[in-house]
Design a protein around this ligand. Structure first.
Ligand SMILES: CC(C)(COP(=O)(O)OP(=O)(O)OC[C@H]1O[C@@H](n2cnc3c(N)ncnc32)[C@H](O)[C@@H]1OP(=O)(O)O)[C@@H](O)C(=O)NCCC(=O)NCCS
Length: 155
């Protein structure tokens, strides 16, 4: 959904799945996760942690993000903001919430993969301390490379 209502961040529940699917399809039109995939992600809690940005007092969500934590390494599974709600800091806020959750779960390092051509996401990650680790050539179905990025969490 779009709109200017202020968002708050909260844990995702299964009731959010239809709204998450809508954001997913808008954010990743080439390779969206399907409904079964989102159910599986939420079912994998507590190892997985999903957060939604939702406008106060309204239905729907503006974005969501997911984390996998295994020991001292966490992986950002996904980060997506509805096109109508971008450019207002939600992507950064969701990412920082994932960092808090990773720290709370005992992780020291966060890893993620980003399309090499995704300039907006790459800027967002670079501004928050992510550094390139390596390139996975032709990782995506489209043939685009994936960049693996890493951030060390402060104690
Ligand atoms: C990447 C994404 C989550 C960013 O969400 P967002 O809510 O717009 O993020 P923010 O408002 O926090 O902005 C993040 C940065 O991108 C910049 N930005 C946002 N929209 C932009 C645009 N349309 N053009 C250029 N820069 C833009 C902001 O200026 C900001 O830079 P800063 O952190 O240096 O200030 C969103 O664009 C998205 O869902 N994209 C499609 C899915 C995707 O690529 N996910 C990441 C997969 S690894």
């Amino acid at each position: 959904m779009s709109g200017a209502a202020p968002a708050s961040l909260r844990p995702a529940t299964w009731r959010d799945i239809p709204a998450m699917l809508a954001v997913e399809r808008a954010a990743f039109p080439e390779e969206p996760w399907d409904e079964a995939g989102l159910w599986a992600e939420l079912a994998a809690r507590p190892r997985r942690a999903y957060v939604v940005a939702a406008p106060e007092g309204h239905d729907g969500i503006q974005g969501y993000a997911g984390l996998d934590v295994a020991g001292d390494v966490a992986d950002v599974m996904t980060l997506a903001v509805d096109p109508g709600s971008r450019g207002r800091g939600l992507g950064g806020a969701l990412l920082e919430r994932l960092h808090d959750l990773a720290r709370d779960a005992g992780a020291r390092t966060v890893l993620l993969e980003v399309r090499s051509g995704n300039e907006v996401a790459r800027r967002l990650y670079a501004a928050r301390g992510y550094e390139p680790v390596r390139t996975r050539e032709r990782y995506y179905r489209s043939g685009e490379d994936a960049l693996v990025l890493r951030k060390e969490l402060d104690a």
